[in-house]
Unconditional design. Structure first.
Length: 192
């Protein structure tokens, strides 16, 4: 009980000290560290790297200051942008995509989730039905500190996908960790 209370108070004190309201426990897990690392870092152990704030990608729809415009012109523009199908708001660009290796398909899923086709037949690989992106500022649930939640368009509140800091499985069978999944059926892919 004492350990639970001390780790809870440690978690609360660290979350209050961070400007972004993500749980420190999940920040460590997202960075591949354990809760033990979090406790050692809070105790002042110098051989551990400091816990840094996660960087959220900027919103493509927000106005940009004049000083930043000159910097943006030097950066290459993305070739593809993804928009919400309902309100046409930009939700991601090609630069924000997180690539993953294609999984082994249906054999990666539990037997309950597999189709009833014949055993052992080789099928052509399934195309991914969603894209995975890095966390972005328009994702309100991420900023509110949730571990997993639906992702809604900030413009029209349409459901675009789902995120989970612990990861999730893609339709191709690959495991993506942490996962910020946007369904292709809810997005328009627009070449620039």
């Amino acid at each position: 009980m004492v350990f639970l209370a001390s780790s809870l108070s440690l978690s609360l004190s660290l979350s209050l000290s961070l400007s972004l309201s993500l749980s420190p426990h999940w920040q460590c897990i997202a960075k591949g560290k354990s809760v033990k690392h979090l406790q050692m870092a809070a105790a002042g152990n110098s051989d551990l790297e400091p816990i840094q704030q996660p960087q959220l990608t900027s919103d493509k729809n927000m106005p940009v200051a004049d000083a930043e415009i000159s910097n943006l012109e030097a950066i290459q523009k993305p070739e593809v942008i993804y928009r919400c199908k309902k309100c046409r708001r930009i939700v991601a660009a090609q630069d924000n995509l997180v690539p993953h290796n294609r999984g082994k398909g249906e054999s990666c899923f539990k037997w309950q989730k597999r189709s009833g086709d014949a055993w052992g037949k080789k099928k052509e690989p399934i195309e991914c039905t969603s894209i995975f992106v890095e966390p972005m500022k328009w994702m309100e649930a991420v900023q509110d500190g949730y571990v997993e939640e639906r992702l809604h368009c900030i413009g029209c509140k349409a459901r675009l996908g789902y995120f989970n800091w612990a990861g999730m499985q893609c339709s191709c069978g690959a495991w993506v960790n942490p996962a910020f999944q946007l369904h292709k059926s809810r997005l328009d892919e627009c070449p620039i």
